[in-house]
Design a protein around this ligand. Structure first.
Ligand code: ADP
Length: 202
């Protein structure tokens, strides 16, 4: 059976970058944001839930969801965030469990759940070990602004809406410090990969 590892970290901490590293090594990676994106296409389950709740304001002229508009509503208002989590998490959990079962049948050595809200959503109950990718807040702010084209205030809002890093650190089992170069982070990831696949044991 594959080991199921949670990969988490704050926004722009470097989760996707590390998930890609592990995928290239041979892991199956389940990305909850990609699942949510897929289910948010017109007429799919999350699309219907969003339109019912927020109204047609959150649609673009071509009928697809305006994810930025939803993001702004949700990040500006804690109650909306709570509503969103309560209505989407059970659906996402169900789909993740189905996909985990499917990956288990395909004999991957490791299945990685690439999930920003791993602890917040309680999805660490599905994993055997949880790896936290972390960066200092100044690095996080700068990478987030650069990647998403956010203003400093927008980026700060996104960071503030998440569980504080100190709490995530207490709940994680293993860590990748991504403050330095990619090369440095990949060498930390390589060590973890060896542990997960037992390739380091002679
Ligand atoms: P997440 O998936 O956690 O939101 P990403 O993996 O997308 O984060 O990384 C955030 C941004 O920072 C991306 O633009 C990525 O290319 C960049 N990045 C990640 N790690 C490093 C690093 N060690 N050095 C420089 N840039 C990095």
């Amino acid at each position: 059976m594959a080991r199921i590892i949670g990969l988490t970290g704050g926004i722009a901490s470097g989760k996707s970058t590390m998930a890609k590293f592990f995928r290239d090594k041979g892991a199956a990676v389940l990305n909850v944001d990609a699942i949510a994106h897929h289910l948010s296409k017109p007429r799919r389950v999350l699309y219907k839930i969003y339109v019912q709740h927020f109204g047609e304001d959150i649609l673009q002229p071509d009928g697809t969801l305006d994810r930025r508009a939803i993001g702004q509503k949700v990040f500006a208002d804690k109650n909306e965030r709570q509503w969103l989590n309560e209505h989407t998490h059970p659906i996402l959990e169900h789909v993740m469990r189905q996909q985990i079962a499917c990956m288990q049948r395909k004999n991957f050595p490791v299945i990685i759940l690439d999930v920003p809200l791993l602890f917040e959503a309680g999805w660490d109950k599905m994993t055997e070990e949880n790896c936290l990718v972390f960066v200092d807040e100044a690095v996080q702010l700068e990478r987030l602004m650069r990647r998403n084209g956010y203003t400093e205030a927008e980026a700060q809002g996104r960071i503030a809406a998440q569980m504080p890093l100190t709490e995530k650190k207490q709940r994680a089992d293993t860590f990748i410090d991504n403050n330095g170069s990619l090369e440095d982070s990949f060498s930390q990831a390589e060590k973890l990969w060896k542990e997960w696949t037992h390739a380091g044991i002679s």
